[in-house]
Design a protein. Structure first.
Length: 168
């Protein structure tokens, strides 16, 4: 990692579908399939940013998967507990306007609906099963991450449990 380059905070989300599918977007500028995500604005938390980016890029409303360590919250001192990311990556971005890094907080999320609406930033958005990934253009490390998500039974059990709670 080049310590001279600026770092920018981003939040991205693996959005899970009950039929063992993951929401991916075709990024117009990069020409690859990725999870929805983007920069964290100075006035929002990473939790808020990932849900906003998912909604803006796909029209999907989602909920972050994972427990909150709520005993650490202190409303009187204005201390709030945020979700722990699934993974954190520092990715070099070779932008013609200036090279920099994205420190990407990657969350696991559950889709509360399944109708995608791509916008001008993305070429397409849809849910994919593990079998459908073989022919997609993906970054190599992203393919590894996707495989891990699909193969982790704990993730899918937690997703099912959260969907049951939302439906109740």
């Amino acid at each position: 990692m080049d310590p001279r380059l600026p770092k920018q905070w981003t939040a991205s989300g693996f959005v899970l579908h009950p039929e063992r599918k993951v929401l991916l977007i075709h990024h117009r500028k990069l020409g690859v399939w990725l999870y929805p995500g983007g920069h964290i604005e100075s006035t929002e938390s990473p939790d808020d940013a990932v849900l906003r980016e998912i909604s803006e890029e796909t029209g999907i409303q989602a909920r972050i998967l994972g427990l909150l360590d709520t005993p650490l919250a202190d409303p009187e001192a204005d201390v709030h507990v945020l979700h722990t990311p699934y993974r954190v990556l520092c990715e070099r971005i070779n932008d013609p306007k200036g090279h920099h890094y994205h420190i990407d907080l990657i969350y696991l999320c559950v889709a509360l609906e399944t109708n995608c609406i791509a916008n001008g930033e993305v070429h397409a958005a849809r849910f994919f099963s593990q079998e459908e990934l073989a022919d997609l253009k993906l970054f190599p490390n992203f393919r590894v991450l996707l495989r891990r998500v699909f193969e982790d039974e704990e993730i899918w059990r937690a997703m099912d449990k959260l969907k049951e709670q939302v439906a109740a």
